[in-house]
Design a protein around this ligand. Structure first.
Ligand SMILES: C[S@@+](CC[C@H](N)C(=O)[O-])C[C@H]1O[C@@H](n2cnc3c(N)ncnc32)[C@H](O)[C@@H]1O
Length: 282
């Protein structure tokens, strides 16, 4: 794979603290990250979709100790009023252990403060690229009990690690879908490098346009609201098809199994959720 497996992930512990804390700027940080954010004073700020409590133009957040050398990314969404109208902006901010970072979100003309629309994608991405650690990929596929008769779809395939691993380890056919042209190119290069071209196809496609009927296994590493929007497509799956989601549930649908896994790559606990088609609403 051409990207580091430790690019980062949603880090729920830090998120909890982000939502609650407002500690002093300049404290001894050690392996904590401190983030001072400037934004319009009236802005409502959400981190990973959850409302934060601080108000005013300057807001400061400190993480609990973070694993050194790893990168953690968070999506910030803030809404403020401009000329009497609400304006919403989104930005992904990266931090590392020990980092003191200042971020000015008032510069709305800054390219990075706009919603990410990769060149050639045609529209904004619903989820940023964060790879599943390889040992969690291995566990997801093991839990899915894959055989060479399966057809696996990875919705938002990133660098292609899930589809490549499924083909390489279990000899099944696999299709990866991604909207970001950079990810599509990267996945295709990885497919070639791992010599699984006969089994793996990468399509540049919006995951909401994928016809699920041919799939017997579907893997997801998206976000809860995106998973929920996929329900009508997941309902097309044949009885017995397995849906395996990394870290996020499908709102309103009870998983059949929930398996916690601690990754050796990032030292963090990851959740694997499993559903078997047909989906049963709560
Ligand atoms: C969190 S990454 C997961 C990558 C890979 N499945 C893994 O687990 O390592 C989500 C991926 O979804 C892609 N994505 C986001 N919105 C999408 C959309 N509407 N259609 C297709 N792909 C999308 C992103 O480009 C990114 O590569």
């Amino acid at each position: 794979m051409t990207r580091s497996p430790n690019m980062g992930r949603w880090h729920s512990a830090w998120l909890c603290l982000l939502l609650a804390a407002a500690p002093a700027w300049g404290q001894e940080s050690g392996q904590r990250a401190t983030l001072r954010i400037r934004l319009p004073a009236d802005a409502r700020l959400l981190v990973e979709g959850q409302e934060t409590k601080q108000t005013g133009a300057n807001r400061t957040f400190t993480s609990p100790p973070l694993t050194p050398g790893k990168k953690f990314n968070y999506t910030f969404e803030w809404t403020y009023r401009k000329d009497g109208k609400p304006v919403t902006r989104t930005r992904t901010i990266y931090v590392r252990a020990g980092e003191n970072k200042e971020v000015d979100l008032t510069k709305e003309d800054d390219q990075t403060s706009k919603k990410k629309e990769p060149e050639g994608a045609g529209r904004e991405l619903d989820v940023p690229f964060v790879p599943t650690p390889q040992d969690v990929v291995d566990k997801m596929l093991e839990i899915a009990s894959i055989t060479e008769k399966d057809v696996l779809y990875d919705l938002g395939c990133g660098d292609g690690r899930i589809v490549i691993t499924a083909a390489k380890k279990y000899g099944c056919k696999a299709v990866g879908f991604d909207l970001d042209p950079d990810r599509v190119q990267e996945s295709r290069e990885n497919v070639k490098a791992k010599e699984v071209e006969k089994l793996v196809t990468i399509e540049k496609k919006d995951l909401f346009d994928v016809d699920m009927k041919p799939a017997s296994v579907v893997t997801l590493y998206l976000l809860p609201d995106v998973n929920a929007k996929l329900i009508p497509q997941l309902e097309q799956l044949k009885p017995g098809a397995r849906i395996i989601s990394h870290d996020f549930t499908i709102k309103g649908i009870e998983p059949k199994h929930t398996v916690p896994v601690t990754s050796k790559e990032d030292g963090q606990k990851h959740m694997i959720y499993v559903w078997i088609a047909p989906l049963k609403k709560k």
